[in-house]
Design a protein around this ligand. Structure first.
Ligand SMILES: [Zn+2]
Length: 318
C-alpha cells in the first residue's frame, strides 16, 4: 500500500526531510546541513540518506511511499523536475526530479519554495476553506504563490507568481533582479531595514537610533516594530510607508485575480497589527470595490512548519 508521502524542503543552509501519512500529518522529520560547497552529488546523496533514515525509523519501505515533493529555490521546470538555477546551492540545470526518481524508485514532484508554501497553506493552513487565494511571504525578499479555482498558477515556463518582482514604483530602488522599483525592492524586510538605517543615520535623537546605540546595522524588522510600538516617529513613518506599498502591491493582485483570501506570511507579517489598518485603507482606495469586498486578509497559519508542510503538499498535489 502506497500510503505515505515524503517532503523535502531544499534550502541553502539546511535541508528538511519529512515523512507524512496519507492525510499529510507529519510522522517524523530530520534536518541536515546542506553543505552545498561539497557539490551536487554530495547534497543529493544526503537527501537520499535522510529519506532512508526516516523510513528505517518508522519501519516503512520505499515501496510504501506514494510520492516525494520537493520545495526548492527556483527558477525551475516542474514538468521535467529540473532546477535551472539555485544560486544558494550553486546549482545549474540539475535534474533533481529524475535523479531522485531513478535512485529511489519513487515519483517526484518539484515546485519552487514559494509555490510550495502556498500549497502548504492551502492544504493545511489558512487557505483550507478557499479555492482562490494568494500567498505572500514578506521577509528578506517577497515571494508568493497564486491559487485560482483550486489550481496553482504556473504559466508556460513555470515562472508565474513572481509577486516580488511586480514593479510598484517606477524608477524606485534597484532590485536584485536588475529592475527598479520591484515590490521586493520597496517593501521586503531587507528594503525597509535599509531605508530605516539611512533615515536613522541623520536622526541620532530618534528612539530607533538609541535602541541600537548607533549601531545602525542592527536595525531590522524586530527593532523597527519595537521602536514603533514605543511611538518613535521615524519608525512609525517607515511602517506607514510599508503599509502603503504593501497595499498598492496587494491591490494590484486583487484587481487581477479576485481572490477570496490573501494569506500573509514571513517575518515582516509578525508586525501586521502595526500597519494593517493603513494597509486596508490603501487596498480600499486602489482595488475595485467588488474585489476588495470579497477578500479576506489573513495571517499565514503554518509558521515555521511551512517548509515541511509545503513540501508534503507538493507531494500530495500531483
Ligand atoms: Zn525584481
Amino acid at each position: 500500500m502506497k500510503d505515505y508521502f515524503i517532503g523535502v524542503d531544499l534550502g541553502g543552509t539546511k535541508i528538511l526531510t519529512a515523512l507524512s501519512n496519507e492525510q499529510g500529518d507529519i510522522l517524523n522529520q530530520v534536518y541536515i546541513p546542506t553543505e552545498a560547497e561539497k557539490g551536487q552529488d554530495y547534497v543529493i546523496d544526503n537527501i537520499i540518506k535522510s529519506i532512508d533514515s526516516l523510513l528505517e525509523e518508522e519501519n516503512i519501505g520505499r515501496e510504501d511511499i506514494k510520492r516525494i515533493g520537493i520545495g526548492s529555490p527556483g527558477p525551475l521546470n516542474i514538468r521535467e523536475g529540473l532546477i535551472y538555477e539555485a544560486p544558494n546551492l550553486n546549482w545549474k540545470n540539475v535534474p533533481i526530479g529524475r535523479i531522485l526518481e531513478e535512485r529511489t524508485g519513487i515519483k517526484v514532484n518539484l515546485e519552487n519554495d514559494a509555490n510550495a508554501a502556498a500549497l502548504g497553506e492551502k492544504y493545511f493552513g489558512a487557505g483550507k476553506d478557499v479555492d482562490n487565494m494568494i500567498y505572500i511571504t514578506v521577509s528578506t525578499g517577497i515571494g508568493g504563490g497564486i491559487i485560482i479555482d483550486n489550481k496553482l498558477l504556473h504559466g508556460v515556463k513555470d515562472t508565474a507568481g513572481e509577486i516580488g518582482h511586480m514593479v510598484i514604483m517606477v524608477d524606485g530602488p534597484l532590485c536584485g533582479c536588475g529592475n527598479r522599483g520591484c515590490f521586493e525592492a520597496v517593501a521586503s524586510g531587507t528594503a525597509i531595514s535599509k531605508k530605516a538605517r539611512e533615515l536613522a543615520a541623520s536622526k541620532p535623537d530618534s528612539l530607533l537610533y538609541k535602541l541600537v546605540e548607533g549601531e545602525l546595522a542592527k536595525i531590522d524588522g524586530k527593532i523597527l516594530a519595537e521602536a514603533a510600538e514605543k511611538g518613535d516617529e521615524l519608525a512609525l513613518k517607515i511602517w506607514d510607508e510599508e503599509a502603503y506599498h504593501l497595499g498598492i502591491g496587494i491591490a494590484n493582485l486583487l484587481n487581477i485575480f479576485n481572490p477570496e483570501a490573501i494569506i500573509l506570511g514571513g517575518g515582516v507579517m509578525k508586525s501586521l497589527d502595526l500597519f494593517k489598518d493603513k494597509m486596508m485603507e490603501t487596498l480600499k482606495e486602489y482595488a475595485f470595490a467588488s474585489a476588495y469586498n470579497s477578500v479576506e486578509i489573513r495571517k499565514a497559519a503554518l509558521g515555521s512548519e511551512v517548509g515541511a508542510k509545503g513540501a508534503i503538499a507538493v507531494a500530495m498535489g500531483g
